[in-house]
Design a protein around this ligand. Structure first.
Ligand SMILES: CC(C)(COP(=O)(O)OP(=O)(O)OC[C@H]1O[C@@H](n2cnc3c(N)ncnc32)[C@H](O)[C@@H]1OP(=O)(O)O)[C@@H](O)C(=O)NCCC(=O)NCCS
Length: 214
């Protein structure tokens, strides 16, 4: 794979500004969210920061010669992670970002992320029981389409399998058809259950089993 020009390494707190930028540049269902978000860091503070700070052994930055160009973030036990998120990460964010009120039709900019900060989905639906781990991957456009994402997700699945996880789930925007195809190619299937929220797609696969290509 053409990873020669990239280096996958553990992410550190010093990486957060660059990784928040990657999050912003991929934050609109895989597309650049810069024109939508009025707070350029908030997506990253919610979707990236806690992984690097609370689960650093599974948080990776992908470096190019220009600096971080993507990230791969994993969580072994989502229920435990969500507890730490609620206790150790969200209180500060809740203090510094207001909870948007009123009709969501009137919200703008980063209001949906502000809402998520104040009303995060931390419950573990029964349908996710067999898949206790979860992950996120985002690459800037210049790193895409070269087999890098596949390699990184395989790395995460190997790491989680070594750590004893029986299964991995991911959340995908229903609009992000490209990512859905990408995950399907790695052996993930869409979960369908009345106890799952309907504004996001959950895809999952067992670990320690072939992804259809091996
Ligand atoms: C989704 C993403 C991680 C995929 O990584 P990538 O390096 O571009 O994907 P790869 O080159 O490793 O492709 C692996 C396979 O997935 C398929 N695939 C990847 N992106 C795809 C897309 N947008 N549409 C359809 N298929 C896609 C490839 O065709 C390839 O299939 P093959 O093995 O049959 O050849 C990356 O494109 C990305 O970060 N996109 C923007 C952010 C995003 O959407 N993140 C996911 C949020 S849930």
């Amino acid at each position: 794979m053409p990873l020669d020009s990239y280096l996958l390494r553990h992410a550190t707190p010093e990486d957060l500004p660059a990784l928040y930028r990657v999050c912003l540049k991929t934050g609109d269902s895989g597309q650049d969210a810069s024109a939508i978000q009025d707070d350029p860091d908030l997506l990253g503070e919610f979707y990236v920061g806690p992984y690097v700070m609370l689960e650093p052994e599974l948080a990776y930055a992908l470096d190019s010669s220009e600096g971080p160009i993507g990230y791969l973030l994993g969580v072994l036990d989502t229920a435990k992670f969500n507890g730490r998120l609620e206790r150790d990460w969200l209180p500060r964010l809740k203090k510094t970002h207001h909870d948007p009120v009123g009709d969501p039709a009137g919200w703008h900019g980063s209001d949906w992320v502000r809402h998520a900060v104040h009303h995060p989905f931390l419950r573990i639906p029964a349908a996710l029981g067999p898949y206790p781990s979860h992950a996120h991957i985002d690459l800037l456009s210049e790193a895409r389409g070269q087999g890098v994402g596949r390699h990184l997700m395989q790395t995460m699945m190997e790491r989680l399998t070594e750590l004893g996880s029986p299964g991995l789930h991911l959340q995908v925007s229903p609009k992000n058809k490209g990512a859905q195809d990408f995950y399907r190619g790695l052996g993930f299937d869409v979960l369908s259950s009345p106890d799952l929220p309907d504004d996001t797609l959950f895809m999952a696969r067992r670990l320690g089993e072939p992804d259809g290509e091996d």
